[in-house]
Design a protein around this ligand. Structure first.
Ligand SMILES: CCCCCCCCCCCCC/C=C/[C@@H](O)[C@H](COP(=O)(O)O)NC(=O)CCCCCCCCCCCCCCC
Length: 216
């Protein structure tokens, strides 16, 4: 019977490994895999409770903007982050000084996810090197303060740090990741992190080259 088939258990391993498939042989980043990685992360965050839904809403909105670009008539120009940047800049499709005619450019939208990827990188590294008595809320807050927080208004920072306090403790958090024992979680993080860092570095360099790191 269809309804007796157990639903496949969701594992964060597949999600984090998605970032490996973002990289092409010539070190470009595939938009589709990048966006898919975020989709999986948001799905994981949703499983942590509705207190995170204001974060999830914003992330879903940005994912949707990217998907709309990818499915649009110039979708082929969005195949990689490199081709997107070239296409949008060559065609004046990016608001460089203030949000005006192109408030939802791929470049500015992706930049928000890129900044969040730095938070993820820091948080995962803290989780990987944490000990039994480490607190997920503290690791998450520290990672946030060292990355995304500087781009957020006071009210968002307040709401985010309040939500972090609702994170499950380390043991329960690792269980939710559904990867296996603590040793397996640590090994998986060690495997996935170099790809996440690589994707972050390449994007950072791309945005730096084109002076896009402060897009409004
Ligand atoms: C695990 C707990 C989840 C912690 C999530 C940490 C990120 C906190 C971000 C708080 C964002 C609050 C919502 C509003 C954001 C916007 O103002 C702001 C600026 O956008 P705008 O220029 O269009 O106005 N948006 C952003 O900065 C983009 C935020 C994107 C957040 C994506 C978060 C996905 C989290 C996935 C968690 C996965 C955890 C895996 C750990 C093993």
């Amino acid at each position: 019977m269809a309804d007796s088939v157990p639903e496949e258990k969701f594992s964060l391993k597949e999600v984090l490994i998605t970032f490996q498939s973002c990289l092409t042989d010539n070190q470009e980043i595939l938009t589709d895999s990048y966006v898919n990685g975020w989709r999986g992360l948001v799905r994981f965050m949703n499983s942590l409770g509705s207190i995170f839904s204001f974060i999830s809403k914003d992330a879903v909105n940005k994912i949707q903007i990217m998907v709309t670009h990818q499915n649009g008539e110039n979708g082929d120009k969005y195949e990689t982050l490199q081709s997107m940047v070239k296409y949008e800049l060559d065609n004046n499709l990016v608001d460089l000084q203030r949000r005006a005619e192109h408030p939802e450019s791929g470049c500015r939208t992706l930049l928000r996810l890129h900044r969040a990827l730095r938070w993820l990188e820091l948080f995962l590294e803290k989780l990987r090197t944490s000990t039994e008595d480490s607190k997920t809320s503290v690791m998450c807050t520290d990672a946030y303060n060292d990355s995304l927080a500087q781009y957020h208004a006071w009210i968002i920072r307040k709401a985010a740090t309040m939500a972090f306090c609702a994170l499950p403790g380390r043991a329960a958090f690792f269980q939710t990741m559904n990867v296996g024992s603590t040793e397996q979680v640590v090994a998986m993080l060690g495997e996935a992190m170099p790809f996440i860092s690589k994707v972050y570095e390449i994007t950072e360099e791309l945005y730096k080259q084109h002076n896009l790191l402060e897009l409004p």
